[in-house]
Design a protein around this ligand. Structure first.
Ligand SMILES: [Zn+2]
Length: 326
């Protein structure tokens, strides 16, 4: 079992004492930004309940723990959108009701993870309400959401909420550097900022080569600004790299460029390792135009989740604005 994340220790201790007092609610809603470790804590809690050893932390060795680590414990059910789907359907929740009507195979708790809970469509959420109102004994439902406001009030009101705030910067940075010892301190800081302070998200970005991708994209943008390449071709390339990731990088650069424009020595720059390149670009763009582009990228980011919008055109729209003729 992995160790409890340092910024979740107090919530974890609280859960352990509630287990010791036999005072665990039947439904918890874990909230907090993406990459703060909600899923990890949920699995840790599931392991605590399904571990057969009598000790505060899950042992990681017993049959229960080993089945959890293998993802095959019969009394742990994980509900998430099916492959290629973005919603959790009513059929998945109906199947869950049936599952919970059966006795736990190992004779203890039945634990259910629903992630992300806000992916349930209206019918699925309504169907889950019945289970939340009359939960079978020895059942724990763990709902997770980055966007709890997207859940219905009736669902929220039937769960006890545990919110994970943004971890303290130093704690997050220390954890990230332990995970990625080869990462330069300044770059670690940058990635953490770009991950909105969420350490697990930052580690995932590094593992996925996000920094190399960012450098390549900055090269592309410089080429567009210099009039040396076609923004439409670059939009096609960026689409393959990920529309939201691409837009997010541009957004971050623009925010840094605005910081450079409004202060001679800005107290903070997220992309500090490429600051000279951003500064050079910022020198060619007037502040009102930077704000205009920032608005444009924000709007594109807002539209990026909308499946009916052509993502290629969205990126083209953003990049064409950077060509010298515009
Ligand atoms: Zn165990």
């Amino acid at each position: 079992m992995s160790a409890v994340l340092p910024w979740q220790q107090s919530q974890w201790d609280n859960l352990l004492s509630r287990i010791a007092q036999d005072n665990l609610p039947h439904a918890l809603l874990l909230t907090g930004r993406r990459g703060v470790g909600k899923q990890r804590l949920a699995l840790q809690l599931a392991a605590r309940l399904l571990c057969t050893e009598e000790q505060p932390e899950p042992c990681g060795q017993c049959k229960g723990c080993r089945l959890i680590l293998a993802g095959t414990h019969p009394d742990l059910k994980v509900i998430q959108p099916l492959e290629d789907k973005s919603v959790i359907s009513v059929d998945q929740i109906r199947e869950l009701s049936h599952y919970l009507s059966l006795t736990a195979l190992c004779g203890g708790y039945q634990v259910v993870l629903i992630s992300p809970a806000d992916a349930m469509n209206v019918n699925a959420a309504n169907s889950l309400l019945k289970t939340l109102e009359e939960p079978p004994a020895n059942t724990l439902l763990l709902l997770m959401s980055d966007r709890p406001s997207a859940l219905t009030a009736t669902i929220r009101s039937r769960c006890q909420v545990i919110n994970f705030a943004k971890p303290a910067h130093d704690s997050a940075l220390t954890w990230l550097k332990n995970q990625q010892p080869e990462l330069d301190a300044q770059v670690a800081n940058t990635v953490l900022e770009l991950a909105d302070g969420a350490p697990l998200r930052a580690a995932e970005m590094v593992a996925q080569g996000a920094l190399d991708q960012r450098t390549e994209m900055l090269d592309d943008l410089e080429q567009i600004v210099a009039g040396r390449c076609d923004p439409i071709e670059i939009a096609k390339k960026w689409l393959k790299l990920g529309k939201k990731e691409s837009l997010y990088w541009v957004y971050g650069w623009l925010v840094d460029m605005v910081r450079m424009k409004v202060a001679d020595q800005p107290p903070y720059i997220a992309n500090a390792d490429v600051a000279p390149r951003l500064s050079k670009m910022a020198a060619t763009i007037a502040l009102p135009l930077l704000y205009k582009r920032l608005d444009q990228v924000s709007e594109a980011l807002r539209l990026a989740d909308n499946q009916s919008i052509n993502a290629g055109l969205l990126l083209e729209g953003v990049l064409i604005g950077w060509t010298p003729r515009c």
